[in-house]
Design a protein around this ligand. Structure first.
Ligand SMILES: C[S@@+](CC[C@H](N)C(=O)[O-])C[C@H]1O[C@@H](n2cnc3c(N)ncnc32)[C@H](O)[C@@H]1O
Length: 346
């Protein structure tokens, strides 16, 4: 494969894999072009450590998960220059990628180098590593899979040590919760800065033990494409005029209707919608269009890579409910929604 590194070989320069683009769960063997143990580095930053890892261990598939788009771009260029066919980079939040893309027990190793410290009291809840995240890792990691975490933030090290000690699913590979040095490793960019500035790292070297984990993190299910046909006394333009931004909580989904845009060409209305179904966050458009028979259709617009999750059905259901409040004579003629609004299909 020319260029090396799947981010470059399969995607354009400004593109990379995202959770919404891949099947849930992902077919890693197809994506890497071979079946091999899956080693995941979370928050690889500029990719210094990940690239060294992929070079030293050509026998493993290295999956890099990084939330920052500029970081993915920088690391992607390095992967291309390095010609590393055993690397796949994703622009993704780690919990979303692990839950949606990785089958239970499928991850052979996890590395987290210097997770964002969030040092202030009111930021502590934003830290990646907590009891819940370890529980997710426990479901996705294979028995005996190594878990390596490094941090130079003392309070975060204490938090990680406490969470690991509490977890029934992990055991230290050392005689202590962490080591103060790890001579074999290539220091990361952040690590080098910390060492220069007098912040010595703590290196956690743990492993998934053999204790089975119950799995409260199902791979998100996909539903039928939402498609609702309505009869109501309004056209898309009138619906757009009545639209107001709204936030709705339904089941475990937080739905935000942001704005409405009408096509100058064909009159279609697009409702910009954010759907947060932790850990999956989708920004998509719901489409409202008129049918020649005078009916109105609501569907998922083909903008980006929308996935018809439960949250999407709930969002379309919420739009139907809002339209019914605005136009009480509304009739649902046809619907593929799963229990997302009160009225059945007529
Ligand atoms: C302090 S930096 C460390 C970067 C690199 N590992 C190093 O040691 O130089 C933390 C990195 O984690 C990334 N990150 C933060 N939250 C993340 C998440 N939920 N999923 C994936 N990456 C994340 C950040 O974008 C950032 O690049």
């Amino acid at each position: 494969m020319a260029g090396g590194g799947h981010i470059i070989a399969l995607m354009s320069w400004s593109d990379w894999y995202k959770v919404e683009q891949l099947p849930w769960p992902a077919d890693w063997a197809a994506l890497f072009g071979r079946a091999a143990p899956l080693v995941v580095e979370i928050g690889f930053g500029t990719g210094r450590f990940l690239i060294d890892l992929a070079r030293r261990r050509p026998e493993v598939n290295v999956l890099g998960l990084e939330i920052s788009i500029p970081a993915v771009r920088i690391a992607g260029r390095k992967v291309q220059r390095g010609g590393l066919p055993n690397v796949v980079l994703m622009q993704a939040s780690a919990p979303a990628a692990l839950q949606a893309l990785c089958r239970p027990g499928s991850v052979a190793e996890v590395i987290i180098n210097f997770p964002d410290p969030w040092p202030k009291k009111d930021q502590l809840g934003r830290r990646l590593i907590d009891d819940g995240f370890l529980c997710l890792l426990a479901t996705r990691m294979a028995p005996d899979a190594p878990l390596d975490i490094a941090t130079d933030v003392v309070s975060y090290a204490e938090q990680i040590a406490a969470c690991l000690a509490r977890s029934p699913h992990f055991a230290s590979r050392l005689d202590a919760p962490y080591a103060l040095d790890d001579p074999g490793r290539l220091p990361t960019k952040y690590e080098l800065a910390g060492l220069r500035e007098g912040r010595p790292p703590r290196y956690f070297q743990w492993r998934r033990n053999g204790t089975p984990a119950t799995d409260p993190f199902p791979i998100p299910q996909e539903y039928a494409m939402p498609h609702v046909v309505l009869r109501l006394p309004a056209d898309p333009a009138e619906i757009g005029r009545r639209f107001r931004p709204t936030v709705i909580e339904r089941e475990a989904a937080r739905i935000r209707f942001i704005d409405a845009y009408q096509s100058l060409r064909n009159g279609k209305l697009l409702i910009e919608t954010y759907i947060n179904e932790e850990p999956i966050l989708q920004r998509l458009a719901l489409e409202i269009r008129a049918r020649p028979a005078g009916e109105i259709v609501i569907a998922l617009a083909e903008v980006g890579f929308p996935r018809p999750t439960r949250g999407v059905h709930l969002a379309v259901g919420a739009l139907v409910d809002w339209l019914r409040e605005e136009f009480p004579s509304l009739v649902v003629v046809q619907s593929t929604l799963q229990e997302a609004h009160d009225d059945g299909a007529g």
